[in-house]
Design a protein. Structure first.
Length: 373
């Protein structure tokens, strides 16, 4: 399918699994037209088609429970039970069994698109080498989670830059409009159970965030506890786009499982239940965007750590590690660069088609009269 056929088919599939927020889908279409990087982030379903077309040999690598929608802005921070700052993969919505190479190629492709958009200053070769080196060394040594305490101090500086200032963060949270509908009881129960005791009144707000999940319902619960703001977000989740791609009747969601089995210091405020995920939102508990990073940064080291963290996730499939080591030993030269280059080319081609024709080829998605969100 071309990008327009795939998008329409995927959105129809999505609407059967979630109460889609139509105005956010319309916004997603417009954001996809702005540049290749947001287009890439928003179209994991299309990636699966292009991946099997452009990277047939690489796609036959050993299978792990992978992240799927991995990219350089799918990393963030949270606090563990001891209050320590943790850095790692931030979003597991598209987790699904797949070749381990998919996560590596997708991460590298995202770096290439960021370089093309002047968001990263290193060369493509340097980016691919840093990601692969981090992954290989983690696989060889057993991996280790990123606790930003006495170790990884430079990463802590990146993660706590001035653009994540608490005053600005809570101003943005307060600026969200009121949630216009009665939320599902399942979501409300998850939100209320996640707040600390004694519980305080809270207000519900509508939040627009993400790109791949733009259109999923998001409910922001804002409250005050011990004299300062606290917030929780309930987000509607679904089976991975892999299920759409495979045209499968399966309905298992793997995000919670990957969160439990990977080398990972878990966020105690993250809760999965049914078709909802609830998590804490705070200045130090959110995704790290490229725009929020300080101008002075070691980008090669950052990508190395992203490669290492990718391996941490793959250690959640322990039976596959020996096969991964054998497969990596056979991969010489610039295999990762070649695969990422091919996927970058395919992504840009699809984006150019989308930018030129999406207003004509995609049906308009106005909110129907009975839509409350």
């Amino acid at each position: 399918m071309n990008i327009f056929e795939a998008s329409q088919d995927f959105e129809q599939w999505l609407a059967k699994r979630l109460p889609v927020v139509r105005r956010d889908v319309a916004l997603k279409h417009a954001l996809m037209a702005q540049a290749p990087f947001p287009f890439f982030r928003a179209t994991f379903y299309l990636w699966l088609q292009r991946w099997h077309e452009a990277c047939q040999e690489v796609a036959r690598a050993p299978v792990v429970l992978g992240v799927g929608d991995l990219h350089i802005e799918n990393f963030g921070t949270w606090r563990d039970e001891e209050g320590r700052l943790i850095w790692g993969v931030n979003d597991l919505d598209e987790a699904f069994p797949a070749a381990y190479t998919l996560d590596l190629v997708r991460l590298t492709t995202s770096a290439y698109l960021a370089i093309a958009g002047d968001h990263l200053g290193l060369t493509k070769r340097e980016a691919a080498e840093a990601i692969e080196e981090g992954y290989r060394e983690a696989i060889a040594t057993g991996g280790k989670a990123f606790v930003l305490a006495e170790h990884h101090q430079w990463l802590r500086v990146l993660a706590t830059s001035k653009l994540r200032d608490p005053v600005r963060f809570w101003e943005r949270m307060q600026a969200n409009p009121p949630y216009p509908a009665k939320p599902p009881q399942e979501a409300r129960n998850l939100i209320e159970d996640s707040f600390p005791l004694p519980k305080r009144p809270y207000e519900l707000k509508r939040r627009v965030a993400g790109l791949g999940s733009l259109g999923h319902p998001r409910i922001l619960a804002l409250s005050s506890w011990q004299g300062a703001f606290i917030a929780r977000e309930a987000k509607g989740i679904r089976t991975s786009a892999w299920v759409w791609y495979k045209n499968s009747p399966a309905d298992e969601m793997y995000g919670a499982k990957l969160n439990n089995v990977a080398i990972r210091v878990k966020d105690p405020c993250v809760r999965f239940q049914g078709h909802w995920l609830v998590r804490r939102l705070a200045p130090d508990c959110s995704r790290i965007e490229l725009a929020s990073l300080p101008a002075e940064r070691d980008e090669s080291r950052l990508l190395y750590d992203m490669g290492w963290e990718t391996a941490n996730m793959h250690f959640g499939s322990p039976r596959a590690i020996a096969k991964i080591k054998q497969d990596l030993a056979k991969r010489k030269g610039r295999w990762l660069h070649k695969a990422a280059k091919a996927m970058s080319k395919a992504t840009i081609k699809d984006w150019e088609d989308w930018r030129a024709n999406w207003k004509k080829r995609m049906p308009k998605v106005p909110a129907p009269n009975n839509e409350k969100d």
